[in-house]
Design a protein around this ligand. Structure first.
Ligand code: ZN
Length: 133
């Protein structure tokens, strides 16, 4: 894995939280994007080299809606940038991790993504992401 690509935070309202995070970070949201297939609306902030992703549910049965219902707002996942997502999925499977989607899917921000089940990673949902070139 190359680096932490971003930290994902589940929020009840992107609209409200964008204002909060603009104040907190002193920088405007630079991008908003809906991923309809995942039932999620996202917004992105940069702080120096680091990226924060806010996630709001757009459907009641989406993974973010379930997370919010169970745990409330807060850190939802840590995303790592990888060079070759297919190879990384194979490596992690081999190491005994549970991959939630073994076939990478199109995520927000022009990325192919796959998730590692938190039950195999000390309770932290891990996202692998590879830039689509
Ligand atoms: Zn993410």
């Amino acid at each position: 894995m190359k680096k932490i690509e971003h930290i994902g935070i589940a929020v009840n309202s992107i609209e409200t939280s964008n204002i909060l995070f603009e104040k907190l970070l002193g920088t405007p949201c630079y991008k908003e994007e809906e991923v309809a297939s995942e039932g999620v609306k996202t917004s992105f902030f940069m702080t120096g080299p680091n990226k924060i992703e806010l996630l709001e549910a757009t459907k009641e049965d989406s993974p973010i809606a379930k997370f919010l219902a169970k745990k409330g707002e807060g850190i939802h996942h840590i995303a790592f940038e990888v060079q070759d997502i297919v190879a990384e999925i194979a490596r992690l499977k081999e190491e005994g991790f549970t991959i939630l989607n073994e076939i990478p899917k199109k995520g927000a921000d022009n990325k192919l993504v796959a998730f590692v089940h938190p039950k195999t990673t000390n309770g932290v949902l891990i996202e692998l992401c590879q830039e689509i070139v």
